[in-house]
Ligand binder design. Structure first.
Ligand code: PAF
Length: 280
């Protein structure tokens, strides 16, 4: 049975006990409203650890002033039973006050330069500072040996990897594959904001990513592929933030240069901002 812990001292005592027994600790940080994508991360962490902790914390410092912090879905009872079913041992449920004891304004912040400033970072200023600030706190609270993050948030994973390498966190980062609905829409807590009319249109993001991959494979110039993708989404009714093809480290490749690529999209459908990506 999963145990829910709300006090840091109790969490530390539980983890200390496990470590005394020589057990490896896995960690899956979340903001709750969990779905199959999150549960697959718990199962991934389980493969590399003897015990798994997951946190549910809607982190105020990673939301911009006009974003959905207050309306972000909070579904803790369903999350507890889902985590239990996925094999999670402990749910860590901190409060905003315990996460930011000096208040959000006076909180020490973690900033990872470079990779934080492009794409999502450019469209959501300060977002990755909030993510790194909370993830570094969570790592210090849970003291995991491994931690799993989803590839759906491709740039977040890159930022976290850089933070862990730069600040020498003794945590191995695992990357979980994107889990999709049957029509290809990447699972996300924000999908539930989509109206019944918008929901089928949301699958256009995946079709556009596939078209980008095919365009590059056919040798078309990157700028042309990116512009065509933007037009495809525009025509389907999206307001596009970006449609880009990058190297895996998110730097810009030259046309014709061999090597792995990732296509990334961020676009708004009505009030819902969707992000997705495809590695090839
Ligand atoms: O990916 C998320 O849900 C959040 O950004 C994370 C990593 C839990 C930090 O709040």
């Amino acid at each position: 049975m999963i145990e829910t812990i709300t006090e840091l001292d109790a969490l530390r005592a539980r983890v200390r006990g496990w470590k005394r027994e020589g057990l490896r600790v896995g960690f899956v940080p979340t903001m709750g409203n969990l779905h199959a994508g999150h549960y697959s991360l718990v199962m991934l962490a389980r493969q590399y650890a003897d015990r798994v902790v997951s946190s549910v914390f809607v982190n105020p410092t990673q939301f911009g002033p006009n974003e959905d912090y207050t309306r972000y879905p909070r579904t803790v009872d369903a999350d507890v039973s889902g985590l239990d079913g996925a094999g999670c041992d402990v749910l860590w449920l901190p409060t905003v006050e315990s996460m930011y004891p000096f208040g959000v304004e006076l909180a020490a912040k973690v900033h990872v330069p470079g990779v934080s400033s492009v794409l999502e970072g450019a469209h959501r200023p300060g977002h990755f500072d909030g993510v790194c600030t909370v993830v570094s706190r969570l790592f210090n609270q849970v003291l995991p040996d491994v931690a799993a993050f989803g590839k759906k948030d491709y740039q977040q994973l890159a930022v976290i990897r850089q933070m862990v390498a730069d600040l020498a966190f003794p945590v191995e980062i695992l990357a979980g594959s994107i889990v999709r609905e049957t029509d290809g829409l990447a699972m996300s807590s924000r999908n539930q904001y989509l109206s019944a009319e918008e929901r089928p249109v949301a699958a256009e993001i995946r079709r556009t990513l596939l078209a980008m991959r095919d365009g590059i494979a056919a040798g078309r110039p990157r700028a042309e592929v990116e512009a065509a993708a933007s037009r495809q989404l525009d025509a389907a009714g999206y307001a596009v933030d970006y449609t880009v093809v990058r190297r895996p480290d998110l730097s810009e490749p030259a046309d014709g240069e061999p090597g792995a690529r990732v296509a990334l999209i961020a676009a708004r459908l009505g009030r819902t901002r969707l992000i997705d990506n495809l590695e090839f």
